[in-house]
Ligand binder design. Structure first.
Ligand SMILES: N[C@@H](CCC(=O)N[C@@H](CS)C(=O)NCC(=O)O)C(=O)O
Length: 211
């Protein structure tokens, strides 16, 4: 049994919960962070000194934090080859897309775009937003090229790379921003929205995050 601490509208928790659901792993999730609090208690800080979510406890093992590490732990332990290949080079191929997505897409969207547009509109600086969107779009074009040729980032099946990439897209496609014409990306997002695990854990209202 997995225990996950973190609110359902945290983007990192969403990536984790989407993965847990795709792998069909028994779990319970405990709301923590933002309006739920609970992340500054001695007990929570003993699990994660950063005071952030998500945190995962897998059975009796010590708790883990840092979403990418948690996802890789679950993949190492529970995922099929199609999601997280055993072959080291094939695994690194998935992992480079996962890392690329975390650094360029998740971090390139959340702080520079989602926060000023949605969470903290009083901080919105239109020229800075235009620059952030241009940088993000340059990276999304790399995915666009890839997704013209493959249904998923790494090939024919959903992998850990899609978890790190795809969870950002619900917010990207639903907030009020100028989006570039990226038809393969839009079609990929459309395919993700048909997955029950994505609908349940990623397509979650972010209304409560508005400051
Ligand atoms: N690098 C960390 C970042 C964790 C993080 O910043 N989580 C956010 C939610 S997405 C958080 O805990 N925010 C404070 C809160 O929810 O109280 C990871 O990938 O897990």
């Amino acid at each position: 049994m997995l225990t996950i601490w973190g609110r359902a509208d945290s983007s990192n928790v969403q990536a984790l919960m989407w993965c847990v659901a795709e792998l069909d792993l028994p779990h319970r999730r405990i709301d923590a962070g933002h309006r739920f609090g609970g992340t500054d208690t001695p007990a929570f800080l003993a699990m994660n000194p950063n005071g952030t979510v998500p945190v995962l406890q897998d059975g009796d093992s010590p708790p883990l934090w840092e979403t990418g590490a948690i996802l890789r732990h679950l993949a190492n332990r529970y995922a099929p080859d199609s999601f997280w290949p055993l072959d080291p080079h094939a695994r690194a191929d998935v992992d480079r897309w996962a890392e690329w997505a975390k650094i360029n897409i998740a971090l390139g969207f959340t702080g520079p775009v989602f926060w000023p547009v949605w969470r903290f509109p009083e901080t919105l600086d239109p020229p800075a937003l235009d620059r952030a969107l241009a940088t993000l779009t340059d990276k999304l074009r790399i995915a666009e090229d890839r997704l013209h040729r493959h249904p998923f980032l790494r090939g024919d099946t959903l992998t850990l790379a899609d978890i790190q990439f795809g969870h950002v897209l619900y917010r990207y496609f639903s907030i009020d921003i100028a989006r570039a014409e990226l038809p393969a990306l839009a079609a990929y997002y459309g395919r993700l929205t048909l997955r029950p695990a994505f609908r349940k854990h990623v397509m979650v209202s972010y209304e409560a995050l508005r400051a």
